[in-house]
Design a protein around this ligand. Structure first.
Ligand SMILES: C[S@@+](CC[C@H](N)C(=O)[O-])C[C@H]1O[C@@H](n2cnc3c(N)ncnc32)[C@H](O)[C@@H]1O
Length: 468
């Protein structure tokens, strides 16, 4: 027996009786008997490998682990080599890759509207091509830092984090090619992983969630371009939050449903909404190796004039001023260097105007990669540069740490190593950057960010590492 005394909320199972593909007996058994699998998604730009791992079939570079290691005490987790994510959620990878095959644009501006803690944002970042831009938004201010930390670890340059309400995006009509709304929901899909969530479930809450989902979608809809794609997902089993929302989108906005190619061996249930026959994809834990999920994809067919982006409103830069920074950035000629207070940042030149348009209308919490401050011609490097994919490592010394030393570094403890050099050094584990330290003749100053240091108990932190 995996879960003792399991009591599903009143009416929950009865309400699901008509949900497509629902099999009450096996569904209950899966909650009682089958432990939730542990799965990770590897960062394609900071690769690592796990022993005895089995691929997640609907996501490139994702694996089920044979056993659950301690992620908190794995330096590679902190280096951004992988993300611990519930497997069903990774289906967004299949959808995005399929959209890519048929879309008219080559480069995507993607909005992840409900992004914290960043599971799907890091997934989207992994699917990004060179000229794509990802805007990861989170409405709740206190949840923004975890999102920025996860994206910093992942290392991509062309990401912007915002802290806005869905309705604020209406100020950017037709701006995005793809919008993901991974909506706040009643959360029944997470019951196996988090049985405490059962106490929160009620039919009333499902109704409230449904209303909130419609509101969020209506608010963000203007920001999607004509022929752009909306990906809608929840971790709820309730039709009110899933197929009924698809019918509402088709009826209210004339959206067209996109059918996703899936392999019948994957165990995903393909459904269609009652009125408009819009396609949806249901994940049940008795049928797939993963938790509950609903995902869908629609196209906007309504004409949407694009907002014009202002040009050249940037402060004119003295090129001499950025010369000392260029060596630290690979292919620096492709990047736009800009300053926020004393800090220098970069984003790809092609996204300069987009960033400006976003700055005009939204609260930006992170833009591109923060390089650091200049003290004379010397760089005081930022943590974001260390973890980024654009760092020119040849310009820095590296100090390779053993596992124990890496953990000590991540705790901001003293590190016991012989010092042969001095100055800024990238601290690495298995060749992957963890952050900075300054080497002095008789000591090491640890510059790992205080707010990221490992400090809680293993169990508490480890639970937090796993998200949708
Ligand atoms: C299901 S979680 C997102 C998980 C995330 N996409 C991931 O993969 O890690 C839903 C998010 O929506 C946010 N949210 C809550 N109310 C919202 C609202 N009214 N509008 C937009 N987002 C909201 C929550 O703060 C939460 O971060």
């Amino acid at each position: 027996m995996y879960m003792d005394n399991l009591h599903f909320p009143e009416n929950f199972l009865d309400d699901l009786a008509h949900a497509p593909g629902f099999d009450r007996e096996n569904f209950v058994k899966a909650h009682e008997l089958a432990p939730a699998p542990t799965s990770v998604r590897i960062n394609p730009n900071k690769k690592t490998a796990f022993i005895n791992a089995q691929p997640v079939p609907w996501c490139k570079g994702a694996y089920y682990l044979a056993e659950r290691p301690s992620f908190t005490f794995d330096p590679l987790f902190h280096a951004g080599s992988y993300y611990v994510q519930e497997a069903s959620s990774m289906f967004i990878d299949t959808i995005v890759r399929q959209i890519r095959e048929t879309a008219e644009e080559e480069a995507f501006k993607i909005l992840d509207l409900c992004a914290a803690p960043g599971g799907k944002s890091t997934l989207l970042a992994s699917t990004m091509q060179e000229d794509d831009l990802l805007v990861a938004n989170e409405i709740i201010k206190t949840r923004v830092p975890v999102l920025t930390d996860n994206l910093t670890r992942w290392g991509n340059t062309n990401t912007i984090v915002t802290n806005n309400d869905a309705k604020d995006f209406a100020r950017l009509p037709g701006f995005f090619d793809v919008i993901l709304v991974d909506a706040p929901c009643s959360g029944s899909g997470m019951f196996r992983k988090d049985p405490a969530a059962m106490d929160e479930w009620s039919e009333g809450n499902v109704k409230l969630c449904h209303q909130r989902q419609e509101r969020i979608l209506a608010d963000v809809y203007p920001a999607l371009k004509e022929n752009g794609y909306l990906i809608y997902s929840t971790c709820s089993y309730s039709a009110e939050e899933n197929e009924n929302i698809l019918d509402w989108l088709c009826e209210t906005f004339g959206m067209e449903s996109v059918r996703i190619n899936i392999d019948s061996d994957w165990g995903i249930v393909e459904t269609q909404s009652t009125k408009n026959k819009a396609w949806g994809y249901r994940f049940y834990p008795d049928k797939v190796k993963g938790e509950g999920l609903f995902a869908s994809c629609l196209i906007k067919r309504e004409e949407t004039p694009r907002a014009s982006t202002h040009k050249n409103k940037f402060q004119k830069l003295n090129f001499k001023e950025i010369d000392p920074l260029r060596p630290y950035v690979n292919e620096s000629e492709k990047y736009h260097f800009f300053k926020v207070a004393e800090d220098w940042l970069v984003i790809a030149d092609i996204h300069r105007d987009s960033m400006l348009a976003l700055q005009d209308k939204l609260y930006i919490k992170k833009s591109g990669v923060r390089i650091g401050k200049l003290a004379g011609r010397d760089l005081i490097p930022d943590h974001e540069l260390a973890l980024s994919l654009i760092i020119n490592k040849e310009e820095f010394q590296e100090t390779e740490l053993t596992e124990d030393q890496a953990i000590a570094y991540l705790r901001r403890d003293n590190i016991d190593i012989e010092i042969n050099q001095k100055g800024w050094s990238l601290m690495t584990f298995k060749g992957k950057a963890l952050g900075w330290a300054k080497l002095l003749p008789n000591r090491i100053n640890n510059y790992y960010p205080k707010e990221l240091r490992i400090m809680s108990t293993l169990e508490a932190r480890d639970k937090k590492q796993e998200t949708r």
